[in-house]
Design a protein around this ligand. Structure first.
Ligand SMILES: Cc1ncc(C[n+]2csc(CCOP(=O)(O)OP(=O)(O)O)c2C)c(N)n1
Length: 387
């Protein structure tokens, strides 16, 4: 694609919004935020309504669906953390506090759209439709990926930082070449934006005008490293303009704003306007994983300040006030979340049933000598244990 074509495209998109290409690509001056922390709706003139940054409110039915997923997501995070304490799982990177981001990222996609998650995106994967125990399979080391990525249009949760962004771009490129109407969401954290793969993925996606949404959950830390050590840019969303794509900044604890911004982003990507970068401002309310002591690098007062911005209580207050969330509806949502938590408990309380010998299959089509030697060593050890 020539430089002219790229800039022609940007001019065309910006014309749709009645603004200059630069203003279209730059994030709104203020982070997009529709609900206050107490659940009240912000006045329209405070919602980021600069030209090109107007967002329709999601319908009540859509908000109720999203809220039900939010309650389930929180329940799953807390259930999994409990399972770690019970020794049923070695490690769980909880997204407690970040659930609104994950629900919006997955819920705004259509069935044939692809999601590329990280290790922290359990709730997004669940929201994409993967069964609870299938999501958790890899966390207990039972199998590489417990679900069929092609069936769910959901890639395995990536532990190597940022590799999934390149895979996402590859799938979007292939879909475009095939003339398919697919949108791809690639998720990563703030720390992941420092990886070279981040640059390569965004650059390729912009040059080839691919339907990819890069969704960054800026939860302020990469384990113990704060955001100020990752980037000197005014915001992570500002990085978009350098690649020639639009950037958005959104309150990542405001489910309503996230749904609004994601619905529009998916529509824009599907209509052929190219990739977008969305930076969601959120907070990891718990430690990186159970192996991390977060008291060593952050003050408790900081954590408490974010607990006051909890996405679950905020959305609950709004829905109750709007007369949408009745006691009966809340009880049903809690009951449904309990069913998911029970499925996880029951599944995890059964011992994993994997033959360790399988570890060596599916690595190479023809095993290397070294791999064959390692396999023989393990088989020998297992045989002696059994004897
Ligand atoms: C390529 C690579 N380098 C280093 C690591 C080790 N590592 C695991 S998590 C992590 C921090 C990631 O932080 P961030 O991207 O902000 O995501 P978060 O955990 O906050 O969701 C690092 C450095 C890794 N998994 N992969």
């Amino acid at each position: 694609m020539s430089a002219e074509t790229t800039s022609d495209r940007m001019s065309e998109v910006s014309k749709k919004f009645g603004i200059s290409p630069e203003d279209y690509m730059l994030p709104a001056r203020h982070m997009i935020n529709l609900l206050n922390p107490d659940g009240t709706l912000r006045p329209e003139n405070e919602q980021g309504t600069e030209p090109g940054h107007e967002y329709p409110l999601p319908s009540p039915a859509r908000l109720m669906e999203a809220y039900a997923s939010l309650v389930t997501g929180r329940r799953v995070n807390d259930q999994n953390s409990a399972l770690v304490r019970q020794g049923r799982m070695a490690v769980y990177p909880s997204s407690h506090g970040q659930e609104a981001c994950q629900i919006a990222a997955a819920l705004c996609l259509e069935e044939n759209d692809w999601l590329f998650p990280t290790y922290r995106d359990t709730v997004a994967v669940l929201t994409k439709g993967v069964a609870p125990m299938e999501v958790m399979t890899s966390f207990r080391g039972e199998w590489h990926c417990g679900y069929d990525p092609k069936a769910y249009k959901c890639a395995p949760m990536s532990t190597p930082l940022t590799t999934q962004l390149l895979h996402a771009v590859g799938v979007a490129h292939a879909a475009k070449l095939r003339g398919e109407n697919t949108v791809v969401v690639a998720m990563c954290g703030d720390g992941a934006t420092s990886e070279g793969d981040f640059h390569e993925a965004l650059n390729f996606a912009a040059v080839f005008n691919l339907p990819v949404i890069f969704f960054v959950q800026n939860n302020k830390y990469a384990i113990s490293v704060p955001l100020s050590h990752q980037s000197a840019a005014p915001s992570l969303a500002h990085k978009a303009v350098g690649y020639g794509m639009a950037g958005e900044r959104v309150d990542g604890n405001d489910l309503m704003a996230l749904m609004a911004i994601m619905t529009r982003a998916v529509r824009m990507a599907r209509e052929g306007n190219g990739p977008l970068l969305i930076e969601a401002h959120t907070y990891r309310m718990q430690a990186h994983t159970n192996a991390d002591d977060d008291k060593r690098y952050r003050e408790d007062s900081e954590v408490q300040a974010w607990i006051a911005k909890d996405p679950v209580t905020r959305m609950k207050a709004y829905l109750e006030d709007a007369g949408l969330l009745t006691d009966a509806a809340a009880a049903k949502i809690a009951q449904d979340a309990e069913v998911v938590a029970k499925a996880l408990r029951d599944g995890m309380n059964q011992d994993a049933n994997t033959d360790p010998r399988e570890l060596f299959e599916h690595v190479y089509s023809t095993k290397s000598t070294q791999l064959a030697e390692q396999q023989a060593l393990l088989v020998d050890e297992l045989d002696r244990e059994e004897a």
